[in-house]
Design a protein around this ligand. Structure first.
Ligand SMILES: [Zn+2]
Length: 258
């Protein structure tokens, strides 16, 4: 079955489409310029990856580049049907993928097809800007959520692909970053969030419009502030039991003496 695509930008020069996985509402983002595409974090299940490749092939689109926002197993996927790349990530993420590739593939579970396992995490380093034959693409790299985590910023049309931050269904997760690193990452994103017309989180719903985008940022910032102050965050995301347990982990992590 054809994938459902949400076209969040539909201009004459650039189109940006998002399709959402059945698993954890993981988003895959395609930036289309003419018949060339940049794909950010294609995901997740094998049939969904094949579906993305088939949709692009049917539209006679060539994948000019791929980008992985961070070195978690659900963000470094690929499919042979998307072509050979090149695929990029921040230097730190490229280093982690090279070092930990076997472990990252293992996290996809024993049923992950071996053929798809072979193309997991095959990224090369890129800094500051992604060079491809499409609209200007800037990379904002920081250490919130995980080392070398990178947001993709398209100044025109004002789209921020945020990776695993700024989500309506996921609170800040501090397994791999300190609160200070997370706060610094949020600070580095603010100038782009403030100008964004569209914000695409790695999991959850796309924020359309400046107010919605800024609202995501303020929600993450308010969560961190409450965590640091030892207050119970007033955060609707914590209605989800899984996130309440993630919140308890965050609290334990920042508790002194632990
Ligand atoms: Zn992640």
């Amino acid at each position: 079955m054809d994938r459902v695509w949400q076209w969040v930008v539909d201009g004459p020069a650039v189109r940006v489409g998002v399709t959402t996985s059945r698993r954890d509402r993981t988003t895959s983002t395609v930036v289309l310029a003419d018949r060339r595409a940049l794909i950010v974090d294609p995901a997740w299940d094998p049939d969904e990856l094949a579906g993305i490749a088939a949709d692009l092939a049917r539209a006679a689109v060539t994948v000019a580049a791929g980008f992985a926002t961070h070195a978690h197993h659900d963000h470094v996927l690929w499919h042979q049907g998307l072509g050979p790349g090149p695929r990029f990530a921040s230097p730190r993420v490229a280093q982690i993928c090279a070092r930990d590739r076997d472990e990252i593939v293992r996290r996809l579970g024993p049923d992950w097809p071996a053929g798809l396992g072979r193309v997991v995490g095959r990224v090369q380093p890129a800094q500051d800007r992604l060079c491809w034959d499409g609209p200007e693409t800037r990379l904002i790299t920081h250490d919130a959520h995980s080392p070398g985590h990178t947001a993709v910023w398209l100044p025109s049309p004002g789209v921020l692909v945020a990776g695993d931050m700024l989500s309506d269904i996921e609170i800040p997760l501090l397994e791999e970053s300190t609160v200070a690193q997370y706060a610094a990452g949020l600070e580095s994103l603010w100038p782009y969030v403030d100008r964004a017309a569209v914000l695409i989180p790695g999991h959850g719903r796309v924020a359309i419009g400046g107010d919605a985008a800024r609202g995501r940022w303020h929600a993450d910032r308010a969560y961190l502030d409450a965590l640091l102050a030892g207050r119970d965050p007033d955060d609707p995301r914590l209605a989800d039991p899984a996130l309440r347990s993630a919140h308890a982990d965050n609290v334990a992590r920042i508790t002194p003496g632990r």
